[in-house]
Each structure stands twice: as C-alpha cells, then as structure tokens.
Design a protein. Structure first.
Length: 180
C-alpha cells in the first residue's frame, strides 16, 4: 500500500511539474519561470549588455561590476539572460564583497538590458530592486522580473504567423489575447 502511494505521488510530480508554466502570467521564454523540468524546447534567443551595480549602504560607495570580467563571456551570458541565475549571481557578489573586499553589507542591482527574439533591448530585472533581498518562487510569478514590453520587429516573425501576445491571459480565463 505504501509503495502504491509513493508511485502515485511520483507520477503526479512527473505530470504536474512540467505544466506549472501555465500558472505564470508572463511568457516563459522571457522570464524562465516554469521552464526548468518542463517539456519545453529552447525556442528563443536572448542577448544582454550591461552589468551589476554594487552599493555599500554604510558608506554610499558604488561599484559597477562587469560579469564578463568576473566570470568570463560564456557564464556572463547565462547570468544576464536567466533571471534565476542573475539573482544567484547577485547573492554570490554580495558574499564576495563582504568576505573579500571587506564591506559590512552590500546591495546588488541589475543594470543590464536584454534583447529577446529580435525585440529592442529592455531591462529584464527591475533596476530598483536589490537582488540580494529577493525571493525565488517555484509556483508563482516573481515581482522583481520586469514584464516584456515590446513586440518582435517587423520581418522577424513571418507575416502569416498570428500575432504573439506580450503576456498570457490570466490562468483559467477566457480573456482574448492582446492585439498587435
């Protein structure tokens, strides 16, 4: 009986975890929310420019940190195009600033823009949010991830393709998708 219960729980996780992406209001390709352990393919392209602003709240000292210099070009691409990794990188930077540089505390802000599937670049992370104070949620949207604001440029999506929304309609809603 216990084995059967474990088997049912295991199958429920295998079925429900991949479809949790439907619970998030933003496009999964932009935010990455619900993407891991899902049945999605990587059908998007992101390019980022910028870095992180570290602030010592005790002294007011500000330092702009370029992740390419810190971790290299390949890893920097990941930490600036995936919000969950950007948050983890900011927490790592805070730890390094405290333990290596000697700051008593640190705040880390994302100061970069991301171009998504041919769209003009825009901030992916709210630039006013200290990433070291944020929380990552597995089953609800993270408020510190900025919503996608622009549509793909003309010529990127074929004319025959239906217009793509910036946001998904609310979960379980019959609301129509926004027009272009």
């Amino acid at each position: 009986m216990g084995f059967l219960a474990l088997l049912i729980v295991w199958f429920a996780i295998q079925l429900l975890l991949p479809v949790r992406q439907a619970m998030f209001p933003n496009l999964v390709g932009w935010t990455g929310e619900g993407h891991r352990f899902s049945w999605r393919m990587r059908v998007y392209d992101r390019a980022a420019e910028g870095g992180y602003l570290a602030v010592n709240p005790q002294t007011g000292e500000e330092v702009f940190l370029d992740p390419i210099v810190i971790v290299g070009k390949r890893k920097a691409r990941y930490v600036m195009t995936r919000p969950d990794l950007s948050r983890e990188f900011a927490i790592w930077l805070e730890h390094r600033l405290i333990t290596v540089v000697g700051w008593s505390e640190a705040e880390v802000y994302a100061r970069y823009t991301v171009a998504f599937n041919g769209r003009p670049a825009q901030p992916m992370i709210d630039p006013e949010v200290d990433l070291t104070e944020t929380e990552r949620h597995l089953f609800r949207a993270d408020t510190w991830i900025a919503p996608l604001e622009t549509r793909a440029s003309e010529g990127v999506v074929p004319d025959w393709f239906p217009p793509l929304p910036l946001q998904k309609p609310p979960y379980g809603s019959d609301a129509p998708r926004p027009e272009t």
